[in-house]
Every structure is written in C-alpha cells, then in structure tokens.
Design a protein around this ligand. Structure first.
Ligand code: ADP
Length: 489
C-alpha cells in the first residue's frame, strides 16, 4: 500500500495558468504535477470559463456529452480535455453557467446562481470519471466551490459500485469564503432539504457549501499547521470552529509549496537584471530600476519597504493606514501594489500623494510589476489579520526581499525571527495586531538592515530555503493513504 500509485481526482474552481483570482490557483496549478511526479495518476476538473480559452493551450472537445443529475432533472453538459504539464485537465463546458466575464461575479457582486454553477461542477466531476473510465481512489476537493463533492459522494453515490472504494479529502484554502446560499438552493442542487440542519450544511439560517465539505469529507486539510490550529478557535473559526474541533483528529495542516520554476530571480524575464545568491549585483540594479520606474528618489542606501497584496481587511491594510505617519517618520521608501476595497484604495492614494518621491502606490493587478517589486525591494510587509498560508512571503524570500510579517497562520510557520534562537532567521515577526507592534518590528528590521553583514546573512539564507512542492506532495500522498486505510480498516 505504501508506495502504490493512486488514482486522484482533483476538483477546483481555478488553476494557474488557466484561471486565477488568488493563491488557490497557484496550489491547484502545481500540486497535481508534483503528485504525478510521485507516480500517481492525477486528473483535474474545472470549469471552462470564458477567460480559460486564451490560456488553455491545445484543447479538444469531447464528442460525447455528460449527463449530470441535478435537482430532479438531468443537465447535459459538454467537456473538453487539455493538460497541465502532463496532467489531463477536464474542463466542464456549460456556456450558460461559465461563459461570463468573471469567475465568481462582476463589479464586486457575486453571480446569483453560484450555488448551481459550482454544484454542477462538483456533480459533473464525479460523473465524468465514469465517462473516462477512471476509478478514483481519492477525490480531492478544494474550497467552497467544490464543497459539495464530498456531500454528493455521501448522499447520492455511497452505494454506487464505481465509487465503492473512493475516499475524499477536502482542502480549506481560506475559511473566510464559505459559499453561503439560501436553504432553497438545495432543491436545485438535487439535495434533500433535510441537509439544512445545524449538524449538516446549515450556517446561520442559510446553507454553506464550505461546511458541507468539512462535514462530509473523510478528512480535511488546510494550508499550514498554524492556521489548522487557529481555525479551531472562535477568533479565527468564522463560526465553524465547533465543527472543525469536533473533526480535529481528521484535520491536517500541510504547508503550501512555491513553484521554483515560476518564481526565480535567476531566470525571471520580468526583471531588468537577473541575480542569485552567488551574484547579488543584479538585485542592486533591480532596486535602482524600481526607484526610477515608480518615481522614487534614486538612493541605493534607503530601504524600500514593499507590499503586493489584495486590499482586503484580512491583509491588515487598516494597520498600515493607521500607522502611516509614524512609519514614514523612518527613513524608508514605501511601495504598494494592490487593488480591492475602494475605501483602502482611496486612503492609500491620498496618503501616498503627501509623500512624493518616497511613496509609490499602484492600484492594479500587475504580475510583472509585482516581480520587479519583489526583486527591487528590501523588506516585504505582511501585517495580516489572518493568513492561511501566504505566498507573498515565500516569493519575497526567494527574491531576497526580507519579510516583516505578523505571526499568524502560514506566516508564523515560514518566517523565523532573529529573536528565535532555535533556528536560523529569515525575516522579522511581530505578534500583536497593533500599529505599535508593527513599528517595533520595523525598527528591529531597519536596525539589522544597517548592519550589512547581518542583513546579507539573513537575506541569503532566505533565498536558499527550500519551499518546493515535493515536500507538500509527499505529505498529501501520506494523507491520501491514511484515508484509504481508514476506509479499509
Ligand atoms: P491571497 O491568496 O490571500 O491573495 P497570497 O499571499 O497567498 O494571498 O497570494 C497572493 C498572490 O497574488 C501572490 O502571488 C502575489 O504576488 C499576488 N498578488 C496579489 N496582489 C497582486 C497585485 N495587485 N498584482 C500582482 N500580483 C498580486
């Protein structure tokens, strides 16, 4: 059993490079390939969104269609086959549901039929396995959009021979998004209305598809060990801490990896000059170019503090805005790339304009500029209120941009402060979600920055750390095998 290759079906609403709104896409874009490299047969199912077409590579439309039992009727959808590296990807092609401008909504408004859009994805993914003669050992479903996969397995397919041996894993990438709908949505999803009960899918008078995944999957995982503990507390549990605690023996924290090929300062074509630990000259070139590009004073000695982030309360933007003046009393330059909540966008625009040549706020999503910021900056700030894993700090480490982060979730699991004498330091941590704590952390970081040798040691260590997907894929393999041994035991 230990090394037997498994048939793994992944179901997710996004995967890089096909469609991305956040870290979920990075995980689903990398994990299937890392699992395949370990010998497993992995298949991915996701929607054929309008935006996928331009990123999909060669795709072939399957001639036969797929019958999906939904809400008393049977929906017929088409599917297409593409690939993620050598992993087959099946796109569910239902234009009335997915041929739209957004993935989940437009102009800040969720699509009203999201329950049906992602319920159908979940049900279709399971039906599709029959069409392609793939008997899954494990179905691995991600976030609320695939939360109904374990529910359908449990409610509709438990006596179905095709799924007799199938185990399920449900991964939580962010508990902040629960997939909440009116209880009436159950009918259209082909699910019994009795599921709208507190020990099932009911969530504050509605239903939550995320809760469905947590309640019905064989095991549950989330994306860092610390976040795994935090979500079992009322402070971080978003009302689901009771359920998560009741399932704690089946709840696991596996830290995400970072794709070394996609994120490397030695090869990144977006940088004005590439660099590595053996030749850091290019990093100084990137800093000068960034100051020039963003209209900052050209000064190699002044530390650049950067943020690349969604502008969301999760990310602690309020802390930044509240401590703005104290922060800029320090001799630093501040670079922020981000978009999101209009209030934050307005505040950062106004406050930024008061410091010409010292603050650059770019209000957009721009992958290439993000890369130049990671490369050209000295410190990377993440004052997150909560952070399931966090990718920003891992990228910053690789690019020699030293993280200054709040000790929560995956940030606490990946960043080691010089005060912690049990392991080599790679950044700076502050504990409390307060401006005072942030400034205290910043002052410690700046004092090290001005000790060139100590700074180099910290920066080089971070650049060389291994956060590859191999380790995470091995942990998922072990977890899949535990699920199967639970079921056979
Ligand atoms: P989350 O998934 O919660 O948004 P993560 O830190 O896990 O946060 O991942 C964020 C990813 O999105 C990183 O790759 C980061 O560089 C990227 N990103 C965030 N905002 C922007 C932006 N405005 N422009 C370009 N990339 C961004």
């Amino acid at each position: 059993m230990r090394n037997t290759p498994l048939n793994i079906l992944m179901v997710a609403s996004e995967a890089a490079p096909f469609a991305k709104t956040g870290g979920l896409a990075d995980v689903v874009g990398a994990l299937p390939q890392a699992l395949q490299a370990q010998g497993h047969d992995v298949r991915l199912v996701m929607p054929w969104y309008r935006s996928v077409r331009k990123n999909s590579g060669p795709v072939r439309k399957n001639r036969s269609s797929l019958a999906v039992p939904m809400g008393g009727a049977v929906d017929t959808v088409a599917f297409r086959q593409g690939a993620l590296g050598a992993v087959p990807v099946y796109f569910i092609d239902a234009p009335e549901l997915y041929d739209r401008a957004g993935l989940y909504g437009e102009e800040g408004q969720d699509y009203p039929d999201n329950a049906l859009r992602f319920g159908l994805l979940s049900r279709a993914a399971l039906e599709l396995t029959r069409k392609i003669s793939f008997v899954p050992d494990i179905v691995h479903a991600h976030d609320w959009q695939a939360g109904l996969v374990p529910v359908y397995l449990n409610q509709h397919l438990w006596r179905d021979a095709h799924f007799a041996k199938t185990g399920s894993l449900f991964s939580i990438h962010n508990l902040g998004y629960q997939g909440q709908f009116a209880t009436e949505a159950l009918v259209g999803l082909g699910l019994d209305s009795s599921l709208a009960a507190p020990d099932r899918l009911e969530y504050f008078g509605r239903i939550s598809l995320l809760k469905g995944g947590i309640r019905y999957a064989d095991r549950i995982s989330t994306v860092s060990p610390t976040y795994c503990r935090e979500i079992q507390t009322p402070e971080f549990g978003m009302g689901l801490d009771g359920l998560l605690t009741s399932r704690q023996t089946h709840l696991h924290g596996i830290l995400n990896g970072l794709d070394d090929d996609l994120w490397s300062p030695a090869t990144d074509p977006a940088l004005p000059e590439n660099y590595s630990t053996s030749n850091l000259r290019g990093k100084a070139v990137c800093k000068a170019a960034l100051q020039d590009e963003l209209g900052l004073q050209p000064d190699p000695a002044v530390p650049i503090v950067a943020m690349v982030t969604r502008l969301d309360s999760q990310k602690g933007i309020d802390l930044l805005i509240d401590t703005w003046q104290t922060l800029l009393d320090r001799k630093i330059q501040l670079v922020i790339l981000g978009s999101g909540a209009p209030d934050y966008e307005r505040a950062l625009t106004t406050q930024g304009q008061a410091y010409p040549g010292r603050v650059a706020f770019s209000r957009r999503f721009d992958d290439k500029l993000a890369r130049r910021i990671y490369a050209g900056s000295d410190l990377f700030l993440m004052p997150s209120r909560y952070e399931p894993c966090g990718l920003g700090q891992l990228i910053a480490l690789r690019y020699g941009c030293v993280p200054l982060v709040r000790a929560t979730g995956g940030l606490a699991d990946t960043i080691v402060d010089p005060c912690d004498r049990t392991a080599p330091a790679n950044g700076f941590l502050f504990q409390e979600q307060t401006g005072t704590a942030l400034i205290e952390g910043l002052d410690r970081a700046l004092s090290t920055y001005h000790q060139a040798k100590a700074w180099q040691t910290l920066l080089r260590y971070g650049m060389q750390q291994d956060f590859s997907w191999q380790r995470a894929a091995a942990a998922y393999s072990d977890l899949y095998r535990r699920i199967l041994s639970d079921r056979s035991g």
